[in-house]
Design a protein around this ligand. Structure first.
Ligand SMILES: Nc1ncnc2c1ncn2[C@@H]1O[C@H](COP(=O)(O)OP(=O)(O)OP(=O)(O)O)[C@@H](O)[C@H]1O
Length: 589
């Protein structure tokens, strides 16, 4: 909580101060009202009083109550302003931190948990600020002030108030001790529920195709029931709190009247009226004291859960990406554009896990094409993901244009690379937004450049066919395009940046053979200066590459051109003959 408080801006502190000042003012007004009740009681007890004399105290009572109401409105206004502006900033901070995260950090929290932390946990903080400023600051101010007033007034009833306060504090403490451990469980169960919902919705077609609705339903129901049980437990405890508080305040009223009855009965007749007036005023103050503690109790309803949320938010804010910009950025030789070299690179996903890439070395000159082939899980994608530093190598080094990738400013390194992931990712918006995405050599991209990229990526036809052309809508994830179209749009997006290095992570597999062949021909002709790193499953996709690396369980088991490998590499031969005939392989396809 302290850490989160440090993020409150000066302006917000100013508004908090104003909210507290208005709270003090409204409490002052509310506590002044009983004085007029006492005056009216005294006046009513005096025989000579006429109606006109009652107007003044009555008018003051109404005026003060109205001012107190206005002050409460002002407190509400400042509280909601502070809560909204603070949490909106906090949400952006979390979002930006998460965007900086490497895959390792994202995996550490999991995407559903990051979503809950950015939404649900922040709402919890927002609620505490709003409620805290409106209700909770009022509680102690009211209680302390009212106790001050009572102490000056009368001692007969003081014991009753003291007992009521002690019972109140004890009950709140017991209930909170029971509820507190459950609160953190509720947040992690919300994560779990989000995760199951997300999984079922993203895989909805598979769920339907396998008639697995019941299975998924049961998984969801189990998590949902657990969360409901906990929520019920906590809410029941909170529900008990209210009647207890009401019981205490009613009990206190009865006690005050009871004691009052004895005291007034024992007093001399002339002293009875002032005593009665005292009792009425005391009653009002005593109720304010109890109300003050009641409001503080409200804090304990929200506080434990918010503390858990604050901890979860801080965990995200405190964790920095393991992929950082170097302290000293190294300058790059301007004459080198697109050279990539792996020097004895080894990589493991976790420090104590097995190496996924082992002692890989190769070098590709600017404009050349290097391809990676191997069985599934042999480490091809992992290897190319190391170039834009999605992960850092465990040993060895990767040089781009003669400089270690870890010595580049991340932005500069990634500007050199056009990356096309295995699973094409498109963003909601239109085709234009998706092509002019992030930084490129030419920002904003001209329509001409977009069409060029689309043409090169064999996407011009199907975009031209759409009525809105470049303004055609793209749904989230590109679901309104076919798999192959999505892949081609992702290729066009990378080409439009005119990068030095193009990384195709198995991006050709969603294309039909004809498009695959035409695309490769076009790329060879029109992107001569770009270095291409191609991960592929099909021999036909890579047979023209300048260098082919055959991977097996993270190790390079063959390196050379198609012809060389076909002549002397067993693993390559095995893959090649399983896909194409001897003739096709020898004469190209
Ligand atoms: N994020 C990850 N965390 C831990 N292990 C991973 C992760 N991603 C991949 N692996 C493991 O690393 C190995 C290599 O995976 P990789 O995706 O690089 O293979 P690939 O050759 O590209 O496979 P495919 O052709 O099926 O895409 C596999 O054994 C895989 O289980």
């Amino acid at each position: 909580m302290k850490k989160l408080a440090k993020r409150i801006s000066r302006k917000e502190w100013g508004m908090i101060l104003l909210a507290i000042l208005f709270t003090c003012f409204s409490v002052y007004l509310e506590l002044e009202v009983p004085t007029y009740i006492s005056k009216i009681t005294d006046l009513l007890g005096t025989q000579a009083t006429n109606l006109d004399e009652l107007w003044q105290p009555a008018g003051m009572m109404v005026g003060m109550s109205f001012l107190a109401f206005l002050s409460a409105v002002a407190v509400g206004f400042f509280a909601s302003r502070v809560a909204a502006s603070y949490t909106s900033r906090l949400r952006s901070d979390i979002f930006n931190r998460v965007l900086d995260y490497s895959q390792t950090e994202i995996k550490k929290f999991s995407i559903p948990s990051l979503l809950t932390r950015t939404t649900n946990d922040i709402t919890q903080v927002q609620m505490l600020i709003t409620m805290g400023l409106q209700v909770v600051t009022r509680g102690p101010i009211m209680a302390i002030w009212a106790i001050g007033k009572i102490l000056g007034h009368s001692e007969y009833w003081l014991w009753a108030v003291l007992v009521a306060v002690i019972v109140n504090v004890l009950m709140t403490t017991v209930l909170m001790t029971l509820a507190f451990p459950k609160q953190s469980l509720i947040q992690s169960l919300t994560d779990k529920l989000n995760s199951i919902t997300r999984e079922s919705l993203t895989g909805i077609r598979v769920v339907r195709a396998y008639n697995a609705e019941k299975y998924q339903d049961e998984k969801f129901a189990a998590a949902n029931d657990e969360l409901t049980r906990l929520n019920l437990f906590v809410n029941r405890l909170m529900a008990i709190l209210n009647p207890i508080m009401m019981g205490i305040s009613s009990g206190l009223s009865v006690a005050i009247y009871w004691i009052g009855a004895y005291v007034i009965n024992d007093a001399a007749p002339t002293a009875r009226l002032p005593l009665f007036s005292d009792m009425v005023v005391f009653m009002s103050y005593a109720m304010q004291v109890v109300m003050g503690f009641l409001l503080m109790g409200a804090l304990f309803i929200v506080l434990p859960r918010t503390m858990v949320s604050a901890k979860r938010i801080n965990q995200v804010l405190d964790l920095h990406s393991s992929i950082q910009n170097p302290a000293q950025v190294q300058l790059v030789d301007e004459n080198l554009k697109g050279q990539v070299e792996f020097k004895d690179v080894t990589f493991r996903y976790a420090a104590n896990s097995e190496a996924v890439i082992e002692h890989v070395s190769f070098r590709v000159e600017a404009g050349q094409t290097v391809a990676f082939i191997g069985s599934t899980g042999s480490g091809k994608s992992t290897l190319v993901n190391l170039i834009p530093r999605f992960y850092d190598v465990s040993a060895g080094e990767i040089l781009v244009d003669g400089v270690n990738v870890q010595d580049y400013a991340l932005e500069d390194l990634r500007n050199k690379v056009g990356y096309i992931p295995q699973k094409a990712v498109l963003f909601s918006g239109d085709v234009k937004d998706n092509l002019d995405f992030g930084h490129s050599q030419e920002t904003p991209l001209s329509e001409q450049a977009m069409w060029q990229a689309l043409e090169l990526a064999q996407s011009k036809n199907f975009i031209e066919d759409k009525e809105a052309g470049l303004e055609s809508e793209v749904a989230q994830g590109g679901t309104n395009f076919s798999g192959g179209q999505r892949q081609r749009l992702a290729i066009a997006r990378a080409l439009a940046r005119k990068p030095e290095i193009l990384i195709f992570d198995d991006s050709f597999s969603a294309l039909d053979y004809k498009t695959d062949r035409v695309l490769r021909q076009e790329l060879a002709e029109k992107t001569k200066s770009m270095t291409k790193l191609i991960v592929a499953q099909r021999i036909s996709t890579i047979m023209d590459a300048d260098l082919i690396l055959v991977l097996d369980q993270g190790k390079v088991v063959g390196q050379g051109t198609h012809k060389e490998l076909l002549a002397n590499n067993e693993v390559y031969q095995e893959i090649a003959y399983s896909q194409l005939s001897k003739e096709e392989l020898e004469h190209g396809k």
